[in-house]
Design a protein around this ligand. Structure first.
Ligand SMILES: [Zn+2]
Length: 144
C-alpha cells in the first residue's frame, strides 16, 4: 500500500494529474458497440458484424456527402483542363455537359470590374458568353 501511494505521489510530483492505477485497468472497448474486447491488443471490434456496421456508418451520411461533392469538383476541374489545354479557349455548355460537367458545383466566383462573373473550379474557370458559348480560362497565380 505504501508503494502504491508513493507511486501516485511521484506521478503528481511530475505534473501528471491522471491516476496510473485506473489507466492500467482500462479495458479496450469495441469501436462500434462499446463492449469490452478480449483478445489481441490491436483488436478494435468484437466481431465481423461490428466491424462491418462501423465501416458502413463511415460510408454513409455526411461523410458520403463531402466525398461526393469533392469528386464532382475534381471531375469538373479535370473536364475544364481537358477542354482548355492552352489556358484560354472557347467551347459550349453542351460540350461541357456531354463530358459530365456539373454546373451546380464550383470552388469560387470572380467578378470583373465590368460586371462579368467567372466561375472557377480550382485554377480553371469559365465565363458564360452569348447563347451556348463559354469562354474557358486558367488562373496562373496561386490563391487569391
Ligand atoms: Zn462490438
Amino acid at each position: 500500500m505504501f508503494i502504491v501511494d508513493n507511486f501516485r505521489l511521484q506521478t503528481f510530483a511530475n505534473g501528471y494529474n491522471f491516476d496510473y492505477l485506473s489507466l492500467m485497468n482500462t479495458e479496450k472497448t469495441c469501436l462500434d458497440c462499446g463492449s469490452v474486447i478480449h483478445g489481441r491488443a490491436d483488436k478494435k471490434f468484437c466481431n465481423d458484424l461490428c466491424r462491418n456496421n462501423y465501416n458502413n456508418q463511415l460510408n454513409s451520411n455526411s461523410y458520403n456527402l463531402v466525398r461526393n461533392i469533392n469528386n464532382v469538383l475534381k471531375r469538373n476541374r479535370r473536364i475544364l483542363e481537358e477542354l482548355n489545354p492552352t489556358g484560354k479557349t472557347k467551347t459550349t455548355r453542351e460540350r461541357m455537359a456531354a463530358k459530365g460537367f456539373n454546373f451546380k458545383y464550383l470552388t469560387h466566383k470572380y467578378d470583373t470590374q465590368n460586371g462579368k462573373t467567372y466561375h472557377f473550379c480550382y485554377e480553371y474557370g469559365y465565363l458564360p458568353l452569348e447563347g451556348d458559348e463559354v469562354l474557358l480560362v486558367k488562373r496562373e497565380d496561386k490563391g487569391e
